[in-house]
Write a protein of this length. Sequence first.
Length: 293
Amino acid sequence: MSHLNLYVSPSLAFSGYYKPFENSAFIVLGVPYDGTSTYRSGARFGPQAIREASLNIETYSVRSGSDVEDLKICDAGDLHLAENLSKTLERLTLVISDVLDARKFPVIIGGEHSVTLGAVRAFGKATAVLDFDAHMDLRDEYMGSRLSHTTFMRRLAEEIGSERIVQVGVRAICKDDLKFAKGSGLRYITTHEIRQFGPRKIAKNLKEMLKPYKRVYLTIDMDVLDPAFAPAVANPEPDGLSTTALLDILQEVCDKRFIGFDVTEVTPHYDTGTTAVQAAKIIFEILCFLKKP
């Protein structure tokens, strides 16, 4: 029995255009986990809210000239959660490994941002990570734990190397974050820099940073957007990006080296659906960027 059959259950199909696993290129997987959330819990409801939103927005991408309706997408359902984060991440790694063994492209919907750690582990250490997030999540520990949504990027940096991580949209930084980033060579771009130089220049810089790597994993914490665009996130932070700026950058950088991505931290009960719609739209656009006509 595959790990997909063992640890995943079908759910409401993302986009509504469902293809069988064997005939699909993109495999959507929900990870409804928010066990280490420390401010506003509820990201466990994110996958279903985003799926529902995806059924009620149009699928054509004006930016890319592609249509999600024409893509081969299978929604595998939601991961079965374990009793703690460590075990849940182990299951996620196993499931993503099955997806990769089948030569499919995984699309993960969180859940809290720590799920990225389990996903990247399936790809191995020779993977670069492009992280869009208001926070750096580089603390060594938080509230007595070394594994949580506030520390997972530190653990990831220890596993794959800080030089393989680029963080974009950063604006919520603690001293521990900054000390580790500067001491380890981890590169980051602030929201202020994006406004100062513009999305096109930032995208050009990102391409240069990612040039040495043959495989890139993309992760998006929805709090990278300003709360005016995405209010229903676990840790909202003012002075963020617009959806337009985010998509302008992604449109330029997404290429054939991208091997998987996730969108995380939607806590849907803190608004009336706006943030889930934004997340669904972002996923649509990324899929179309990666599968241009």
